[in-house]
Design a binder for this molecule. Structure first.
Ligand code: TYD
Ligand code: MG
Length: 453
């Protein structure tokens, strides 16, 4: 086998060098030189005749409706846009320990497919232990402990699997490059090899990818451009809930999310998350209000909690878990200025129950209600929920997809939902709801309804 020629290229300016250097002598950037394969055949290309088979008018292309494989995991199907598309490349990222390997092994074991699970991260014994916890047996799941891509591809060719899972791309290496596994050039070369196989053999590939400290997928950005779908597994390791999202999907919407709960026997699909995110209490307590938010396309009811206490120190403490602290400061300022709550000498702690991080501005109204409820120590009924944004002037602003939010609250048996007046006006048939829909245009009038007396 002839040795493949490689050279080091600066990723910033394109400078080429035969040796690795810490600093690019051309542009002066540090650590930008990366080993790449030198394509010696460049000159030959010009003499190749044009391949007309690759050129078509758009109406000449025959549409082939791609038959998706619908897995037993409804959350995964939904996030992928209705199942796994043959020949698709799916990059699956997430922090260490979040449950990527668990979800993939579950997919391998709970579907009647011939699966090749390539593991460079764990030994066969470790995978067996995990498989035993998951307790589902697929007799055609092959575990392959091979990390050199040139050795792996013949195995895949021979086994002809219907699904391949690579755990993880950072452990794969190609023997044409000398750089360490996980380096930019290794990841890119391996992914390119995998893509060629996926597109010619129509085998779908799941590729697990590590995440860097700042939350982006480790390795080159080009990886995200190459694949068809990018999945992200999120959640706080200390809480049980995990959210599966897509940040890119060539075969479906990126608005869908999947929710799982980590149990002793693997990840369980959570089909009705609202019921779990709300604590069931026997009596109403102060400082709690329920918000109807949207996560992707899915309406969720989340419990917002607030604790307002007299501060022991000169500067009051403000702390938020699962909610943006700056947004909390803004809400407190609005409550103080527009509603006259005296909060400057009070410590305010807010929390979103269930370890969820909410970004939907529709949480504002519930949180303002929870803070006020805690301040006066008057409980709000657990049968009420809230969905509106609060502006700097204290106005109650409309939020998107209000019908969907109302339906979710109605489905779960809530009595009243407080929304903005302009959202309320846009509704065509408020009388047909079983839930009482209340439009509010001022915090004051809503608080009077909630805490009168
Ligand atoms: P893992 O899938 O190894 O995470 P990743 O591949 O993303 O790094 O999951 C690791 C965690 O999941 C581990 O801390 C243990 C926990 N876990 C359970 O709680 N129950 C289970 O059934 C399994 C298999 C794992
Ligand atoms: Mg893992």
């Amino acid at each position: 086998m002839s040795k493949v020629k490689t050279a080091y290229y600066c990723q910033n300016c394109g400078f080429q060098s035969l040796k690795w250097m810490g600093k690019c002598p051309s542009c002066g950037e540090w650590n930008t030189l990366v080993e790449e394969i030198v394509n010696k055949d460049n000159k030959k290309k010009s003499s190749i005749p044009v391949n007309t088979a690759n050129i078509k008018l758009i109406h000449e292309i025959t549409a082939q409706e791609q038959e998706r494989f619908v897995t037993s995991d409804e959350e995964l199907n939904r996030v992928l846009g209705g199942g796994i598309v043959p020949g698709s490349l799916i990059l699956f990222g997430g922090e260490p320990g979040i449950g990527k390997s668990t979800l993939m092994l579950q997919t391998a074991l709970q579907n009647p497919l011939r699966v090749v699970y390539v593991s460079g991260e764990e030994s066969e014994q470790q995978i067996l232990l995990r498989a035993k916890r998951i307790k589902h047996q697929n007799s055609e799941c092959y575990i392959v402990n091979e990390t050199v891509i040139q050795n792996l591809l013949p195995i895949i060719e021979q086994l002809k699997p219907q699904l391949v899972i690579i755990d993880s791309i950072q452990t794969l290496t190609t023997n044409v490059l000398e750089s360490a596994p996980g380096s930019v050039s290794q990841v890119r070369e391996c992914a390119a090899e995998i893509m060629k196989v996926a597109k010619t053999s129509h085998i779908p590939f799941f590729i697990i990818g590590h995440i860097t400290k700042d939350g982006s997928l480790a390795g080159p950005k080009v990886l995200e451009h190459m694949v068809d779908t990018v999945l992200q597994f999120e959640g706080d390791q200390h809480y049980l809930y995990r959210i599966l999202r897509t940040t890119k999907n060539r075969f479906g919407s990126t608005n869908e999310i999947g929710i799982y709960e980590m149990q002793g026997t693997g990840l369980r699909q959570v089909s009705n998350p609202s019921e779990i995110l709300i604590n069931q209490r026997d009596e109403d307590v102060s400082g709690v209000a329920i918000a109807t938010i949207l996560e992707g396309n899915r309406p969720l009811m989340v419990e917002t909690q607030a604790l307002v206490t007299t501060s022991a120190y000169a500067t009051a403490q403000r702390s938020a878990t699962g909610f943006d602290l700056r947004r909390l400061s803004m809400l407190l300022a609005v409550l103080e200025k527009k509603y006259g709550l005296k909060l400057y000498q009070k410590d305010v702690f807010v929390n979103i129950a269930g370890g969820l991080k909410v970004e939907d501005p529709a949480t504002d109204l519930a949180l303002a209600a929870a803070i006020t409820s805690s301040n006066y120590d008057i409980p709000i009924s657990q049968r009420y929920c809230f969905s509106a944004e609060i502006g700097l002037t204290g106005e109650i602003r409309p939020v998107n997809r209000i019908e969907q939010r109302i339906s979710e609250a109605e489905k779960l048996g809530f009595e009243k939902i407080f929304i903005s007046q302009s959202n309320f006006k846009s509704l065509s048939h408020t009388s047909s709801y079983k839930i009482q829909v209340i439009g509010v245009n001022k915090l004051e009038s809503m608080f009077q309804k909630l805490f009168k007396g």
